[in-house]
Design a protein around this ligand. Structure first.
Ligand SMILES: [Cu+2]
Length: 287
């Protein structure tokens, strides 16, 4: 018993000491990452860092980053890809244009390279965007339910594909999701739904487009996180025939935690697949 207590004390002590110093067999490299200011530094480092695996230290004056990582767990490409997804170009990877465009003005550094490798399309959906117009009230409610229903059905199919860690299937299901996103007629939505829908649509499409474009499950999961958060907001203000469960896994998203929506209360974790299928819990039931 005494030895257990000592062991616990040591473990506790270790967990309090430096997080960064815990990278094993650390390999250090110096790479250029484009950016401007202190805010860029925060974003770049936050995107690149993974506890005990990778540590980024970016210098805003030299634009050089020191990457320290455990080569048995990750590599330079992985770190730089995450940083690119956060909006920052390196010599190897270019940030998606949409993400770059969303950076605060002070952070919009001069892009040296033209974005050729990573092309991001922003689909404008104003063809379906008919404000106003007289509609029969009784059909309105019905259509509204059906419209958002197919969005959620396709989302759930995507979630199931990620539970199976099947990147091909996830991409295929997201193709359907994109179609249903485009099919939603905004004038049939309630005022509240319309407002939320407008505020998240661009992000929904951006995330879906990225999931569809790749077969890499880990990359798909990064975008699935934002997709889930945005659809949750829509779900909160819309009506549904059956309850939906909002679930949370504290380990996903590099330990920052991530959420998803599910038709079942039973946890089937889309962020880890079979590795940690039951990790997580229902945090809200939306009726
Ligand atoms: Cu900045």
């Amino acid at each position: 018993m005494k030895s257990i207590k000592i062991l616990m004390a040591i473990t506790l002590l270790l967990s309090f000491t430096a997080c960064n110093a815990q990278i094993k067999n650390a390999k250090t490299e110096s790479v250029k990452i484009y950016g401007n200011c202190g805010m860029c530094k925060t974003t770049i480092e936050k995107a690149g860092n993974v506890k005990k695996v990778a540590q980024v230290d970016w210098n805003k004056d030299t634009k050089m980053a020191t990457l320290t990582y455990d080569p048995s767990k990750t590599n330079q490409d992985e770190v730089l890809k995450r940083i690119a997804l956060a909006g920052y170009d390196s010599e190897k990877f270019l940030a998606p244009d949409d993400v770059y465009a969303k950076l605060p003005e002070c952070c919009q550094y001069d892009r040296v390279k033209k974005s050729e490798t990573v092309k991001v399309e922003t689909i404008d959906n104003h063809s379906n965007h008919n404000h106003g117009g007289a509609t029969d009230k009784s059909t309105e409610t019905k259509q509204e339910v059906n419209q958002l229903k197919s969005v959620f059905e396709n989302y759930f199919a995507l979630k199931d594909a990620l539970v199976k860690s099947d990147g091909n299937l996830a991409s295929a299901k997201t193709k359907d999701l994109l179609i249903s996103l485009n099919d939603v007629q905004m004038d049939k939505l309630s005022e509240e739904e319309h407002r939320v829908w407008m505020s998240v649509l661009k992000d929904l499409k951006f995330a879906a487009k990225h999931i569809e474009e790749t077969k890499d499950v880990e990359h798909q999961r990064v975008h699935f996180n934002t997709l889930s958060n945005n659809l949750y907001q829509v779900l909160k203000v819309s009506k549904h025939e059956s309850p939906t469960f909002y679930q949370h896994c504290p380990m996903a998203n590099n330990g920052k935690g991530a959420n998803w929506l599910s038709k079942e209360n039973t946890v089937m974790n889309p962020y880890y697949g079979s590795k940690m299928l039951a990790c997580g819990k229902t945090i809200e039931t939306i009726k």
